[in-house]
Write a protein that binds this ligand. Structure first.
Ligand SMILES: Nc1ncnc2c1ncn2[C@@H]1O[C@H](COP(=O)(O)OP(=O)(O)OP(=O)(O)O)[C@@H](O)[C@H]1O
Ligand SMILES: [Mg+2]
Length: 256
């Protein structure tokens, strides 16, 4: 049986989690026969599909509403059947593209916290990832989802930071929380948007002081900024773009 691996991409708000997830997707989707699943796990802001140039018609939140409706209408037997059919509901919500599938968590319609959405996200990751070789999850900023054990079964946790102390402090907090609440084999720091060798040296030193293992450095890439300004998908990035080259190197360094 083929092994299923899960990569979670976390970090401070605005550090570049979605961009790094999308760049990883561009690298992975070219690997022949690799079954790839992307999960947009950010309930507050759903950007992953958009920057990959995809339209999402059905989200995990729609699945949750359907399940609640079906369970509410039926007796205990119907409710049990509905929960058993979770896989079916989830497969229906996948967006298929060349080389990968994508599931978006979506934003809860009713007011309140994201706890129920995160609980279903945990179940969805565990149920769906079995059908894929690699699942990459673009996480919500900060610690909440890790605290709620959403990434209990993750193989690799990538923590994205920009070259700032605030980014590194968030990364340190995420690493500590992940040690308690996940079984992941490896936790690595990705320093994004680095503008010079001096900046790289300085921030790597600080990361070392905090005991963070640096997996790789991604430069500030004007090719990304240009596409961003024009509202074009990141899939239009040239294959020699420095940010893409850097993420290829990071993927090769993953130990799984
Ligand atoms: N290496 C890079 N070079 C140039 N621009 C970048 C780079 N990485 C990210 N950006 C830009 O920085 C902004 C934030 O990136 P992104 O949306 O990936 O962050 P995020 O961590 O997912 O944010 P959020 O916490 O809101 O989900 C975007 O405008 C993106 O285009
Ligand atoms: Mg994001």
């Amino acid at each position: 049986m083929r092994k299923s691996r899960i990569i979670a991409v976390s970090g401070k708000g605005g550090a570049g989690k979605t961009v790094i997830t999308a760049l990883l997707a561009i690298v992975l989707k070219e690997i022949p026969e690799l079954r790839l699943l992307l999960i947009d796990g950010d309930p507050s802001m759903s950007h992953l599909a958009r920057i990959l140039g995809l339209r999402v018609d059905r989200t995990l939140e729609d699945v949750r509403e359907d399940i609640i409706r079906a369970a509410g209408e039926g007796n205990e037997e119907i409710r049990a059947e509905t929960v058993k059919s979770l896989d079916y509901y989830l497969l229906e919500a996948l967006v298929e593209d060349k080389g990968f599938n994508l599931l978006a968590i979506g934003t809860p319609v009713s007011p309140g916290c994201f706890c129920p959405a995160n609980t279903l996200l945990k179940d969805a990751i565990e149920a769906l990832s079995k059908n894929f070789d690699i699942t990459v999850v673009d996480c919500e900023a900060g610690l909440e989802q890790i605290n709620r054990k959403v990434f209990r079964s993750v193989s690799s946790l990538l923590i994205v930071t920009d070259p700032t102390m605030r980014g590194l402090q968030t990364a340190e907090a995420i690493r500590k929380t992940a040690q308690r609440y996940t079984n992941c084999n490896e936790v690595g720091l990705v320093i994004n948007r680095v503008r010079s060798p001096d900046e790289e040296r300085g921030i790597k030193e600080k990361a070392k002081e905090l005991g963070l293992k640096v997996l790789g450095v991604v430069p500030e890439d004007e090719n990304i900024s240009k596409l961003d300004t024009l509202g074009k998908p990141i899939t239009e990035l040239l294959s020699k773009a420095p940010s893409l080259e850097a993420v290829k190197g990071i993927y090769k360094k993953l130990s799984f």
